[in-house]
Design a protein around this ligand. Sequence first.
Ligand SMILES: Cc1cc2nc3c(=O)[nH]c(=O)nc-3n(C[C@H](O)[C@H](O)[C@H](O)COP(=O)(O)OP(=O)(O)OC[C@H]3O[C@@H](n4cnc5c(N)ncnc54)[C@H](O)[C@@H]3O)c2cc1C
Length: 127
Amino acid sequence: MRTLVQFGATKQILIDGKPHLGTDRLVPLLRNFRQHLQDLGVTIKFGTRVDDLHIEDGRVLGVIVSESADEYRLRSQKLEYDAVILAVGHSARDIYQMLHTHNVELVPKDFAVLGKMSLINGPNPLK
Ligand SMILES: Cc1cc2nc3c(=O)[nH]c(=O)nc-3n(C[C@H](O)[C@H](O)[C@H](O)COP(=O)(O)OP(=O)(O)OC[C@H]3O[C@@H](n4cnc5c(N)ncnc54)[C@H](O)[C@@H]3O)c2cc1C
């Protein structure tokens, strides 16, 4: 929460029981966050898809990427790094399939569900 405030969120979120940023306020906050990372020397690549891991002798040496518009991965690039952290969200099926082909052990999350319902007219079926 303090990090969010550092980059522009209202201080109110530090004391609210159910803190809410507001989607419209998130955009400038993320720009500030990005600028901070770039000032520290971080390179951020947009429109770049990770297609595969670069693995040699059982060690991950980097990633193989292509431009997201390059559907057939004709111009792939190998990028080497000391470490690779995948933070691809829960819907990145291509990445999970790729990891499966490398025999990476995948463990499903415990069951999670979120539901939202808005009724404009009619009776509330939950009553
Ligand atoms: C409509 C909606 C409303 C929500 N509202 C809220 C809310 O109010 N409050 C809240 O706390 N949470 C909310 N959430 C949930 C929240 O958005 C997620 O929990 C959160 O974004 C998950 O973060 P993440 O970093 O794990 O994954 P993501 O935010 O999904 O980030 C994963 C990133 O990896 C990238 N990626 C995936 N595969 C590749 C690849 N092969 N190569 C390169 N990049 C790749 C994706 O493009 C994406 O940018 C909402 C979600 C939705 C859908």
